[in-house]
Structure formats: structure tokens, C-alpha cells
Design a protein around this ligand. Structure first.
Ligand SMILES: [Zn+2]
Ligand SMILES: [Zn+2]
Length: 375
């Protein structure tokens, strides 16, 4: 026996010790291959989250769709003032991300992901699908209400009124295969807007405080398909949303995926190998991949602007907020066999409390000044 504790079961590691080839920064020991596999699975989960979030932040920085006039920080909260949108063909649907107004990296992250949690999963689906396939039992995309919410941003629309729209929150819940430890993790890529800056959080920490309600649950890829259906005019969208955004962001997303493939080819590696490499290999590889992807996405936006901001003609299916309220809530598109995942069991248990908006909410006023009451 050695003096080293196993990174998984905490027991003393027998000699000769198994040293993890992924954690080269600090030597990490495991007592047997079973513990090693569980330990490395956890590393793969966190690295996948870091990659996915890094790429999404880079995507938002070039594909930002909110026109911002001013940002102020008062008492720890960001007060964000939206500018008025015009019909000028050179105005939008993308706007420069106001990085110069946000010297603090955490504040920058909060605004980057603000009201973009669907997008976080829609535009990084392909990356994670490959990376999580071998280690997960289930992957589900969920809408969660009241999730440890700590509002960090107050947004004012161009008329000066506070935007009171009750935006929901989305996350992905991944259940690891039982033989690899069976733990559940939440991928909370857009959590910064709620003051939660980690890409991955153990599910128990993420949604076990008591107030959270899983209001919808879907298979992995649902948000990607939803955006795609809106873009094709097959799915209704709010009239306040700018439909052209779906088109231009789609093009940037395609460029992102191509750049990832190119990077893999040039470096004779794959994302799958990258998340299994040494500590230094992962840090350097991630930095090089993000730089490459960001440059390509930026170039695609510059080219698009120079070519006159052309977008494919399309007829969106728009609905008003009032219509949306009367639309039937799309309950659940995942019905696992047997007991189902932990997320699914909580979803079943929360059935009564579930609604389109947070259960605690009695009424709210939109930025346009219309008040809606929930009966
Ligand atoms: Zn062990
Ligand atoms: Zn390790």
C-alpha cells in the first residue's frame, strides 16, 4: 500500500500505483482501472463543458444580436441599455459586442450569454454529441424555472423601460453510464447571467435547492432542431424576435463546424483525443482551437457585411406574446424506458407545479407596457 489516496474512492492506492495520464499538472492516483475510468470520465465531462462553453462565448462575441447603447455597473448588477433598432439595411441583425464597456471578464461572460441559453445548446450540439457519446447513459435538454437565480443584469429597452419578460433557463442534464460511476451533471453553458460561471455543475448542486421546476424535458439536439424549424418557417417564434438572426447565425455556425474539422485535420487530432490528452495538451489544444474557430467565424461575418448583409429570403411564423400564452405547453418529448433518468423522475414529481412561466409568478409587464396576469 502507498500513502496516496485514490482520487475516486479515497482508499490507499496499492503499489505499483496507477498514475493518471490525463492529470499531468498534479499527479493523481487511482487504485484500479475501475476507479481510473470513473476519474477520467469526470475529467472528460468537465473538459467537454469547458470546450463547449469556450466555443459558445467565441460564437456570441461575433454573432451578438442585441444593440447596446450603454452599460453601467451599479451595486454588482449590470444595467444594460438597449438602443433602438431601425429598418436600415445596414442595421443588424448582428451588433458589435460592447467588450470595451466591460473591463471585467465575468461581466463580459454575463452579457455574452444573456437570454441566449437555447442558443448555447443549439450551436454547440454537434461538438458535445461526439464527446459525450461513449460515456453517457442519457443526455436531456431541459427548461428549468427558479434555478438558483441571482439576476445579474437589468435590461432597459430603448424606451427606458425595464424588460420584465420572464425568460426561462435551459440546461443539459447528462447521466453518466453506471459502470463509469453513474453521476449526473448539468451543463449550464449560459449560467453566467444567473451568476453561475461554471460550464458544468454536479446535478445535485445545480437543481436541488428546492425551488427549481423542470418545466420541459427534451432529447439532446432539441434546441438545435427548434432553431432550424424557426429558420425554415415551420415553427412559431415571438414577434419581438428578429427572424433574420436565425439565418445569419446559422451561417456562422456552419463556419464554426468547418473550422473545427479543419483544425482537427491540420493538427492530426480530434476533439475526442483532445479531451483525453494531458493537462498541458488540453490547455494548449483548447487555446489553439478557440483561436482558430474565432478567427474563421469573425472572417465569415466580415465577408457577409462586405457583401451587403445578404440573407436568404424567408417567411417567419410569428406569434404575439398573448398568442404564446394560449399556446399549449409542449410538455415532454423524452419518455425514457424503465425508471428514467433522475431529471425525468424530478420532472414527473413536479408535474403539478409546472407551467410555462415560473410557478411563483403572478403577473408581469412586457417592455411594451402590456401586463399579463396568470390565473
Ligand atoms: Zn479507488
Ligand atoms: Zn486524471
Amino acid at each position: 500500500m502507498s500513502d496516496w489516496a485514490c482520487s475516486v474512492c479515497q482508499k490507499a492506492v496499492p503499489l505499483p500505483a496507477l498514475i493518471c495520464t490525463m492529470c499531468t499538472e498534479t499527479p493523481t492516483y487511482d487504485c484500479d482501472t475501475k476507479c481510473r475510468d470513473r476519474h477520467q470520465t469526470r475529467q472528460i465531462v468537465y473538459r467537454t463543458g469547458a470546450l463547449r462553453q469556450g466555443i459558445f462565448y467565441a460564437f456570441r462575441e461575433v454573432a451578438f444580436d442585441i444593440k447596446i447603447k450603454k452599460v453601467e455597473k451599479i451595486g454588482g448588477k449590470l444595467h444594460v441599455y438597449e438602443d433602438s433598432y431601425t429598418d436600415d439595411k445596414n442595421d443588424g441583425p448582428l451588433y458589435r459586442f460592447p467588450a470595451h464597456m466591460l473591463p471585467d471578464d465575468e461581466d463580459k461572460a454575463k452579457l455574452l450569454v444573456f437570454s441566449a441559453c437555447n442558443d448555447a445548446f443549439a450551436y454547440t450540439f454537434e461538438l458535445a454529441a461526439t464527446l459525450l457519446r461513449d460515456i453517457s447513459a442519457t443526455i436531456e435538454e431541459v427548461n428549468i424555472d427558479n434555478v438558483n437565480r441571482n439576476d445579474t443584469i437589468v435590461k432597459y429597452v430603448s424606451t427606458g423601460i425595464v424588460d420584465g419578460t420572464p425568460y426561462g433557463h435551459n440546461a443539459i442534464i447528462v447521466d453518466i453510464k453506471p459502470e463509469l460511476g453513474g453521476k449526473s451533471y448539468a451543463f449550464d453553458l449560459a449560467g453566467a447571467q444567473n451568476g453561475q460561471l461554471h460550464a458544468v455543475v454536479p446535478f445535485g448542486e445545480f437543481a436541488n435547492k428546492g425551488g427549481e421546476v423542470i418545466s420541459q424535458i427534451h432529447p439532446h439536439g432539441y434546441f438545435r432542431d427548434l432553431g432550424e424549424r424557426i429558420r425554415q418557417g415551420k415553427q412559431s417564434m415571438l414577434e419581438t424576435r428578429e427572424p433574420r438572426v436565425y439565418h445569419v447565425q446559422h451561417n456562422i455556425h456552419q463556419r464554426m463546424l468547418a473550422a473545427v474539422k479543419e483544425w482537427e485535420g491540420e493538427n492530426k487530432t480530434s476533439l475526442r483525443k483532445l479531451v483525453r490528452s494531458t493537462s498541458k495538451g488540453f490547455i494548449d489544444g483548447k487555446a489553439s482551437l478557440l483561436a482558430r474557430v474565432s478567427t474563421e467565424m469573425k472572417a465569415s461575418v466580415v465577408k457577409w457585411e462586405q457583401e451587403g448583409r445578404h440573407l436568404e429570403p424567408f417567411t417567419p411564423l410569428v406569434v404575439s406574446f398573448a398568442q404564446l400564452l394560449t399556446e399549449k405547453v409542449e410538455e415532454c418529448t423524452v419518455k425514457p424506458q424503465g425508471g428514467g433518468s433522475r431529471a425525468y423522475r424530478r420532472f414527473q414529481a413536479d408535474k403539478k407545479r409546472r407551467g410555462r412561466f415560473p410557478a411563483s409568478m403572478k403577473e408581469f409587464t412586457t417592455a411594451e407596457g402590456t401586463t399579463f396576469k396568470f390565473l
